[in-house]
Design a protein around this ligand. Structure first.
Ligand code: PLP
Length: 481
């Protein structure tokens, strides 16, 4: 119902009886009435609780409520900043009438205890449900079934690669990729200092050592100019990570790899659909690895995939994914492998997600454009970049907070948003600062970015109104509202 109609239904003369008040409260059960004069100007509010207490205290139903009206309720004027009004709402003050200049109620803001804007979230509907139901009813719920090859085909086509090897998650995809390339104890693999820990962990699982490369100031990705100095006799591979959906500068990375005969595994866990010079990420290195965790661009709950243009690498990955079992000989195992298989249930969700992937990427870019537009003139906030050669998919819309200019630290900023029920997330701690990977070295760029960065909500389910609310809260948090 329109708010105008609701206001009409609960606006009553202050002289009504307890019985009449009960009738109004019954008709529009909001739990309160607005007492207005004959010009519709607000005189006060009458709450259901007040009426209940009058009845319990023995007042007759014919008694007028006029002496029991709350004449100083919390109200706000139309011009008041919405953030200020919202900050007054609580379990105690559950509604605030908004008044025009003549003190007539034109709107009411309500406290919503469940209101909360999450950082990310999956986009699921009946298409996923239908496919999962099909798995359950057919009994194909493990890692055999029609959805696995179908998902591998559709996702690898999407990445402009020929082959896809679906895995149980993105971390197993990375480990499987390294194992497929024969990376082992004693080897070294170059990874960016700024990434989610899984990139380095996958290297460590093989017995090899992750070697940390400094990142670029603008893209927050591995800096190609800082790779060559890290190469030794032991170096086997480079893992560029397309952080937050912006592709790495792949040409110089591929040239270095070619020159030193190194493999390249793209960690594209955060960048489904991103493009480098019109090439989809995941299709440029020897192998590309993706995650389909619930907060990713598309999801299968948990899940991952290796994509490649190289058939023999894809076959090797398939063998290692399934306990090293020969592809043409059941239960003959020629090498040590793993159980990193994806289930048909996961792939069933993945196939449904493939129908949405383009729409999701488009919406992610729209969300980023709305944020960019709202934040562009704020000195002290660095916006995410899109290089001229890149298509950024803005997996998580992320910004840097310059404490010196804004007078507020990143963590204080996060806390202010939290009080407004807005989730945000600090950037990863750079690997050299992680107890298990602490390494000597000079990493000023990644340390600074890691300290000052945060991601704002960019769930595919977020509305434009919610983005506006977040923009107001961001401005409020830094005193620019
Ligand atoms: C850059 C990066 N690599 C790897 C992973 C691991 O993926 P998963 O969580 O599916 O194991 C993630 C997950 O967020 C990631 O962000």
């Amino acid at each position: 119902m329109k708010i105008k109609k609701i206001i009409q239904n609960i606006s009553v003369p202050g002289s009504i009886s307890i019985r009449e008040a009960l009738v109004f409260l019954d008709k529009e059960p909001l739990g309160f009435l607005l007492a207005v004069d004959n010009q519709n100007r607000l005189e006060g509010v009458i709450t259901e609780g007040d009426i209940r207490r009058l009845v319990i205290s023995g007042k007759k139903l014919s008694t007028s409520v006029k002496d029991f009206i709350k004449r100083d309720p919390v109200t706000a004027y139309q011009q008041t900043d919405i953030e200020k009004i919202q900050s007054k709402l609580s379990e105690k003050i559950k509604f605030i009438p908004i008044l025009d200049k003549e003190s007539r109620v034109i709107d009411i803001l309500f406290f919503d205890k469940n209101f909360h804007i999450p950082i990310a979230g999956p986009f699921l509907n009946e298409e996923e449900l239908k496919n999962v139901t099909d798995c359950v009813l057919s009994g194909w719920i493990s890692s055999a079934g029609k959805y696995i090859p179908e998902f591998e085909k559709q996702f690898s086509n999407y990445c402009d690669t020929k082959y896809g090897v679906a895995t149980s998650n993105g971390t197993t995809a990375l480990h499987l990729a390294l194992a497929t390339l024969g990376v082992k104890k004693g080897d070294e693999v170059i990874v960016p200092n700024f990434t989610f820990i899984a990139t380095a962990n996958a290297v460590t699982y093989t017995g090899a050592k992750p070697i940390l490369a400094e990142i670029e100031k603008e893209t927050w990705n591995m800096d190609p100019g800082r790779i060559e100095r890290l190469i030794t006799k032991r170096t086997k591979a480079i893992i560029p990570v397309h952080v937050f959906g912006h592709p790495c500068d792949m040409d110089p990375i591929m040239n270095i790899a070619k020159k030193h005969k190194l493999f390249v595994i793209e960690d594209a866990a955060q960048a489904h659909g991103a493009e480098y010079k019109k090439k989809r990420v995941g299709s440029i290195g020897d192998l590309g690895c993706f995650s389909f965790y619930g907060n990713k661009i598309i999801t299968t709950g948990e899940g991952g995939m290796i994509v490649t243009k190289n058939k023999s690498l894809a076959d090797k990955a398939k063998i290692l994914r399934d306990h090293g079992m020969d592809l043409d000989h059941k239960y003959r195992h020629s090498c040590l492998g793993y159980n990193y298989r994806m289930t048909n249930l996961q792939a069933a969700i993945g196939v449904a997600q493939m129908k949405k992937v383009s729409k999701i990427v488009q919406r992610k870019r729209e969300i980023a454009a709305l944020y960019n537009n709202g934040l562009k003139n704020i000195k002290g906030i660095t916006l995410p970049i899109e290089k001229e050669w890149a298509k950024n998919v803005y997996w998580l819309y992320s910004i840097l907070i310059k404490e010196k200019e804004l007078g507020i630290s990143r963590d204080q900023f996060i806390e202010k948003l939290r009080l407004q029920k807005i989730d945000s997330r600090p950037f990863f701690v750079s690997l050299n600062k992680q107890p298990i990977y602490s390494q000597k070295g000079f990493f000023p760029v990644s340390e600074e970015i890691s300290k000052s960065g945060l991601s704002l909500p960019s769930s595919i389910n977020i509305t434009n109104e919610e983005i506006n609310k977040i923009l107001n809260s961001v401005k409020g948090a830094i005193g620019k509202a």
